[in-house]
Design a protein around this ligand. Sequence first.
Ligand SMILES: *Cc1c(COP(=O)(O)O)cnc(C)c1O
Length: 351
Amino acid sequence: MEYHGLLTRYGALLDLPEHTQTVSLHEGNTPLIPVPRLAEEMGGGFELFVKYEGLNPTGSFKDRGMTAAIGEAAGRKAQAVICASTGNTAASAAAYAARAGLRAIVLIPQGKVAAGKLAGAVAYGAQVVQIDGSFDDALTLVVKITEKHPIALVNSINPYRLEGQKTGAFEICDTLGKAPDWLCLPVGNAGNISAYWLGFRQYNEEKSTGLPKLLGVQAAGAAPLVLGHPIDKPSTVATAIRIGRPARGEQALTAAEESGGRIIAATDDEILAMQRRLAGEGIWVEPASAAGLAGLEKEINAGTLDPTGKQIVAVCTGHGLKDPDIITANMPKPELVPTSLEALEEVILAQ
Ligand SMILES: *Cc1c(COP(=O)(O)O)cnc(C)c1O
């Protein structure tokens, strides 16, 4: 059957208002890629899969929630949508607003937005406003402005975002035939882990697919849910999870606990090392997306998670192309050789 996007495939399972329109770029339906070599390097004896969300239309999982949130906003004749964003929400909101013919305004924190994300928001025609503050400050502002003006808020405090993002859990169960034993994923504003838990619970009630344990992973410099208090100046190279006051923090902690899992932190070095190893498997993700697997390896090494005989899925949330600078900043300049066979032989055979 031809694929027409998430609302067509899973709309009946999502709690969306009657007036919701289908605004789709054929998001979702992302591959669940087995990574046996990586599993072997982590000690082996289990099955490991990457849910590669970087293959969504704007390069991140945000499109799952945006098809629902923008579809709802368009259906009630909103004229404009707004969001605060570390980048991927902005690009996604801009694309789906463009698709629906709505105006999009995105607020980004000063400085720390990866090049590919900002370029996306601009390319799709959003009005990009940078504020002299953090993501958390930007979110506070968009909440205030949407209380005052008829502009639809499409951050993940919008419940329809989470409805759309439940489809990640549905797809994993549909592919594996059941829920995995563990699901590991990065945690920033904590909407995605909350949505996955809603999705797995719903599928289990309707189709007895079982429930995974959730391993949420924050960056060590932006780990309010691990430390138990907000962080005023979160800091990490994983800009997508550089968030000090997660809007869905309580819900995420409850989800992790109910599942029998937990939320932990991984350092920037661990995250970047895992980004390189994934790229070594042919899967290039942006730094935040490697956090789930970095956390998994940590738990396995510490002996606090026994993977033996288990099926484990890591959600890799965004494409590596979103943040090219993290790679090119430390890249040695490509070697320049004369255009001759001898010179070429010399440089490649010398290795
Ligand atoms: C948004 C985002 C996250 C964090 O998701 P939350 O729902 O905010 O926890 C992680 N990785 C990437 C690539 C993202 O865009």
